[in-house]
Design a protein. Structure first.
Length: 363
């Protein structure tokens, strides 16, 4: 099997795929999570009003989308960030259940950076009408002057560089990640970002952060793997069966406070639509008939790379690859796919360590 290249550039890619919804967490967890999570669906052209409602609900759940009931709310998570060398105000525009947005939150939380969240309506997207960049996450950062950062990996690399090195302004650092237009194998023009897995450090800073060259290479490799491969396993697994799809839409209808008619369409039409979308995704990404096997193989590959001698890939503390993989996987929390992954792979100890350390640093 060949592994796919990114279909669309940037964080918060609208996956053209099924929504992910998070149900109440199961018994394996040490603590119950305080957040519902999920993943996304694409819009279908030429459908009726009812079907559009259903697919809109699906879009609100996933791989570029957040819960519909939360889409109209401005969520308060953190206030302006204050760093030792000055003040950095951060506002994250997100879909809560988007794995790319989850990556950014994991990074900010681990580094103890306060930030404000604006939940974006995944259908109207009025909250980001100020931006020509129409995907999420978007991070507005003010370190003396306002600046917009796009793409989850660019956001993480730029902010991490800024935290380590104060030689350049944040605006100068962001300029090191220029957007470029590329063409996919199918001839579609997309926007990508150069250098997005690099930290822009001088030689002294690089040796301090990456004492051995291989450490940097390893971190970049697995950050890219999370974006190019792991993230594409989520939707096919979430909508693997009609039962899983229906359970997802049952939850979003109950929690989203849809009208009776809207709820019926969203629950039944949407679930059916997303079940078939997941099959197309399986074919697109060359997955096995049982997509769980691809998920199991991927997370066990990650655990093997971390190894038995390290708590995290970063050693005693997570590095950017740890945060990326954790951010992607946690959008499945509470789903059958998540429980199966915990039961049939070796990832649980690492995942629990990640959860604990992020909750500790965030507190």
């Amino acid at each position: 099997r060949t592994r796919p290249q990114p279909i669309m550039a940037g964080a918060g890619r609208a996956w053209r795929a099924g929504a992910l919804l998070l149900l109440p967490p199961r018994a394996w967890r040490l603590r119950a999570p305080t957040r519902p999570l999920g993943t996304a669906a694409g819009r279908a052209a030429g459908v009726g009003v009812g079907a559009r409602v259903a697919l809109g609900a699906a879009f609100a759940l996933g791989g570029g989308a957040g819960l519909c009931m939360a889409a109209r709310q401005r969520l308060r998570e953190h206030s302006a960030a204050e760093l030792s060398a000055g003040s950095l105000q951060l506002t994250l525009y997100q879909y809560k259940t988007c794995p790319f947005c989850s990556k950014v939150r994991a990074f900010l939380d681990y580094h103890g950076l306060p930030y404000e969240i604006v939940e974006v309506n995944p259908i109207m997207r009025k909250e980001i009408k100020f931006s020509s960049y129409r995907k999420v996450p978007i991070l507005l950062a003010n370190a003396g002057s306002p600046l917009q950062l796009n793409d989850s990996s660019v956001i993480i690399s730029a902010i991490k560089t800024y935290l380590i090195s104060r030689r350049n302004s944040l605006e100068e650092i962001v300029s090191f990640y220029p957007p470029v237009k590329t063409v996919t194998e199918k001839g579609k023009e997309v926007m990508e970002y150069e250098n997005k897995y690099w930290l822009m450090l001088d030689e002294k800073e690089t040796k301090r952060v990456y004492p051995v060259k291989e450490v940097r290479v390893e971190e970049m490799k697995w950050r890219k793997w999370a974006d190019d491969w792991l993230v594409h396993l989520i939707s096919p697994n979430v909508y693997r069966t009609p039962k899983e799809a229906l359970a997802s839409f049952d939850y979003i209808v109950r929690e989203g406070k849809f009208g009776t008619l809207e709820g019926l369409f969203a629950k039944y039409v949407g679930a059916v639509a997303m079940f078939f979308v997941s099959k197309r995704l399986k074919k697109r990404h060359n997955l096995r008939d049982d997509v769980r096997e691809d998920l199991y193989e991927a997370v066990n590959e990650w655990v093997k790379a971390v190894g038995k001698q390290r708590l995290f890939m970063g050693g005693n503390q997570p590095n950017l690859a740890d945060l990326a993989v954790y951010g992607v996987l946690r959008v499945m929390e509470g789903l059958e796919a998540f429980d199966d992954m915990m039961a049939h792979t070796k990832i649980q100890p690492w995942y629990q360590r990640m959860e604990e350390i992020i909750q500790t640093t965030r507190a």
